[in-house]
Design a protein around this ligand. Structure first.
Ligand code: PLP
Length: 483
């Protein structure tokens, strides 16, 4: 049934399009799915897309065209049907988890997948996924071996640690270590270090779910050695230091250096553990990034167990690394929960390859996270300028501005890295709508919004992505704000 439109059409042409006869004719002329399947374009699609999905997309395209005709639009248009069907097909066949462009300037962005793997780590992942591997076997003896050994030698060499183990992520490493070392006992933590990392990872809750009891000492801004000392009794199982990775206490503050806590722990025979968070393996103070603890320093201070992430400043795959005293690492590895949070061969392959880059002395260039942190502003400016110059006059204003990038990943929260950005403004749409259009791009582009402007930070945009950013901006310059 074709109903007459309740609102009377105004122009002569609108009257014609809304007429019963026009609509009936137009609907009768809608192409059949079979006819569409015969067209050259659709035959081409069938070479790369599964037939049932092609048919489904064509149906959706025809249905949309039917609705347009009923709403009084001219039709049917074969071009329009095919265009819509193709974009529906592309969306339907796209993986949900796919690459995107990080233009936020946050180098270690948890929601965008943290660190990018170095090429050698990618190669290692491909190798062990395509073939069987020496994951848990000793090549010489042919006997069963441990998956931890592939990285243990490298970590010992790089950090001087006595022993190591790797788990699914740092949250797992912390939880497992607390359970294995202090279940049923008290864990002493300074009030200033009761960190929440984001989401559900809060130190007090982690300690509780590890089956231990939290004993808070000191105040938010000041904790002294004597505070720890007074809290130690026969219930104490662990002294825990937590790196306040995503915030800084400044002003009238005091915390106990690891060395002093270690000395106290030794006196009472209680192990000291430190959750470092980020796991920086090289000292970056020469590059002006001095506010982040280096793994070696904790070990040198005598901390018994140190844990950190594999995909923050270390720049490798998601993992939780445990380093320290051999007897304690053994205790952690042997705990029944260790199996539940162990990591897979792809992670281990990527981590081994990443650690080799540190050993070979090429980490700063070969590890994308470190390279992005150390990317010179002049290089960033050059990239931003190249893109800005290629945007034709239109609806989009593009301005090269100076600003700051962030490290992210709960590391160096106080550090601002000087950078160059393109500030975008669209004549017809808001900054929010502009950011949305950038996210609709394939690949999606994530930017930040500041004072009614969309900012693209070229520190975190890869060279290979520059043409993609450029064509997205060209399209926006031509976009009038209407569909
Ligand atoms: C990031 C962080 C964690 C959690 O590490 P994941 O690798 O995300 O599991 C734990 N502790 C600290 C201090 C952190 O910064």
């Amino acid at each position: 049934m074709i109903k007459e439109d309740p609102q009377p059409p105004r122009t002569e042409n609108e009257r014609r399009l809304h007429s019963f006869h026009y609509r009936r004719m137009a609907l009768a002329n809608l192409p059949s799915i079979d006819r569409l399947l015969q067209t050259e374009q659709v035959q081409e699609w069938l070479r790369s897309y599964p037939r049932p999905l092609v048919v489904e997309a064509l149906r959706a395209g025809v249905d949309a065209e039917r609705r347009r005709i009923l709403a009084g639009e001219e039709g049917p248009s074969l071009d329009r049907i095919l265009r819509e069907a193709l974009s529906a097909l592309e969306v339907r066949c796209r993986r949900s988890l796919r690459r995107c462009i990080n233009a936020t300037g946050v180098v270690i962005h948890t929601n965008l997948g943290r660190s990018l793997l170095p090429q050698s780590a990618i190669d290692a992942v491909v190798e062990v996924s395509q073939s069987h591997s020496t994951l848990e076997i000793d090549v010489e003896t042919g006997e069963r071996s441990s998956r931890h050994i592939h990285i243990e030698g490298l970590l010992k060499e790089l950090t001087g640690a006595e022993a190591s183990a790797v788990f699914n992520n740092n949250a797992a490493a912390v939880l497992l270590s607390i359970t294995a070392l202090a279940k049923g006992k008290e864990v002493i933590v300074s009030a200033g270090q009761l960190v929440e990392i984001g989401g559900s990872f809060r130190i007090p809750e982690v300690i509780e779910s590890g089956g231990a009891r939290l004993r808070i000492v000191g105040t938010t801004n000041r904790t002294r050695l004597s505070d720890y000392q007074k809290a130690i009794d026969e219930e104490t199982g662990l002294l825990l230091l937590v790196h306040p990775s995503n915030y800084r206490l400044i002003g009238f503050t005091q915390s106990v250096p690891a060395e002093e806590l270690v000395a106290l722990g030794r006196e009472y025979g209680i192990p000291v553990m430190e959750d470092l968070g980020s796991g920086l393996l090289v000292d970056l103070s020469a590059y002006g990034l001095s506010d982040e603890p280096v793994v070696n320093a904790s070990l040198k201070a005598g901390v018994d167990i140190v844990t950190f992430s594999g995909d923050k400043l270390l720049g490798g795959p998601q993992a939780g690394i445990v380093l320290g005293r051999k007897d304690l690492v053994e205790q952690i590895k042997k705990h029944p929960m260790a199996r539940a949070v162990r990591c897979d061969k792809m992670t281990l392959a990527a981590l081994e390859a990443t650690l080799r880059l540190y050993r070979d002395g090429v980490a700063l260039e070969a590890i994308p996270t470190l390279a992005a942190l150390l990317k010179p502003p002049s290089e960033i400016e050059q990239l931003a300028r190249t893109v800005a110059e290629k945007i034709p006059p239109g609806y989009l204003s593009v301005e090269l501005v100076e600003g700051y990038s962030q490290v992210g990943g709960g590391a160096l929260p106080g550090e601002n890295l000087p950078t160059f950005l393109l500030a975008l403004k669209h004549q017809r749409i808001s900054a929010g709508a502009l950011a949305y259009r950038l996210r609709l791009n394939n690949p999606p582009i994530f930017a930040r919004i500041q004072q009614d402007q969309v900012l693209l930070d070229f520190r975190t945009i890869k060279k290979e992505e520059i043409p993609e950013v450029q064509s997205a901006l060209v399209a926006l310059a031509q976009y009038s704000g209407e569909e």
